[in-house]
Write a new protein. Structure first.
Length: 132
């Protein structure tokens, strides 16, 4: 006998739903944002790419950022400048609406190095789950 809930499914149906969920391309949104660092007389952009997953919170009646979200890449926007991350911190803040990323790293350009540079960004989730 089925539960009274109209959304109730069998374990087999649920397993199929999970498989479909895992292959949906929109489950994670990929967003890249940049922050700048000074290297010598130049200012260059370091791009931070986040893979952000959202979920609906009935308690907040809105989409929030999932703990499954992660940083997939941090790199220089200029191929001649190489960014190397030495430390990375990321956390969900602002009641689940913001994925905050901060990284420390070094930049190498033509045999010259700049150490202990810091970049950070925030990915925001609106009520409908769009990441900006």
């Amino acid at each position: 006998q089925k539960l009274n809930d109209a959304n109730a499914v069998t374990p087999e149906e649920y397993e199929q739903m999970i498989e479909e969920r895992l292959v949906q391309p929109y489950a994670f949104q990929t967003k890249t944002k940049g922050d700048t660092v000074s290297v010598g007389t130049r200012t260059i952009t370091i791009n931070i790419t986040g893979r952000i997953e959202t979920y609906y919170s009935s308690a907040h009646d809105r989409q929030l950022i999932s703990g499954s979200s992660y940083v997939s890449n941090i790199s220089s926007s200029l191929s001649s400048y190489t960014w190397r991350t030495t430390f990375l911190d990321e956390r969900i803040i602002d009641g689940g609406r913001t994925f905050y990323v901060v990284a420390q790293g070094d930049v190498e350009y033509s045999g010259m190095y700049w150490y202990n540079l810091r970049v950070s960004t925030e990915f925001y989730c609106n009520a409908n789950g769009r990441i900006s």
